[in-house]
Design a protein around this ligand. Sequence first.
Ligand code: PAF
Length: 284
Amino acid sequence: MKIILSTSELLRTISELKLQNSTIGFVPTMGALHSGHESLVKQSVAENEVTIVSIFVNPTQFNNPTDLEKYPRNIDKDSILLQSVGCSIVFAPDATEMYAENELKQTFEFDFNGLDLVMEGKFRPGHFNGVVQVVSKLFRLVQPTKAYFGEKDFQQLAIIHHMVKSMGFDVQIIDCPIIREDTGLALSSRNERLTAQQHKNAIHISKVLFESRNFASQLSPQELTEWVTKEVNAKDDLEVEYFEIVDVHSLQQVTNWETKTVGCIAVFCGEVRLIDNIRYESHL
Ligand code: PAF
């Protein structure tokens, strides 16, 4: 496995791969890798001749400086995991390698057709501008055949699909299912920051989400939203920032169960902000 730190070396390597007509699978990450990332990389290795994983804690997508500072980093451990699952190249640039100084001030404004105005976008202003800024730059450098994203970041995935269409990238986006612990807690790099007690409390989030499916046939989306919010907030040290039941395509809140829906939640567990989501059956 090759570790590349500079964009110039990455570009040289990509040119060689393109000359050989190799298919390139790409998994963009911010490191602190867990079994969720591992499953994306394994899928890429199975479906492509070459798999490239980027590790870059992108400063422009953090609206909270403490969150950026505390984001877990462990490149040595990450490299061991990536090597063991057959990753071919790790691209691990630093911020000055990725961005010119003016780009770090996040001067870009992308148009997401309203997808960015709800949920994460509402509570983390500028977040998706930063995500699209870095992912579009990575796509231009890596020129992947397929790129793999987890459904835990449901809104991010919707925005990436929109970005690929509107910017005309020739890449297939592969949506990958949420990977959970046996307890049901969705895997996240942020879980590393939970104390043992907070981890215990956080299990309650997915428990409530799964339980909510049983009530979807009896309650309206609004009633179910209230029920989930109340149940999660009832647990010590958990505070719901938002829970919304939205149409899977428009990400706008629904008032009935006639379309495909997903319930998306963001919860503070102490200082650590966790997200998760659950699909509901549509009943026409
Ligand atoms: O999902 C993430 O880890 C990040 O948002 C991504 C896609 C790697 C961009 O920095």
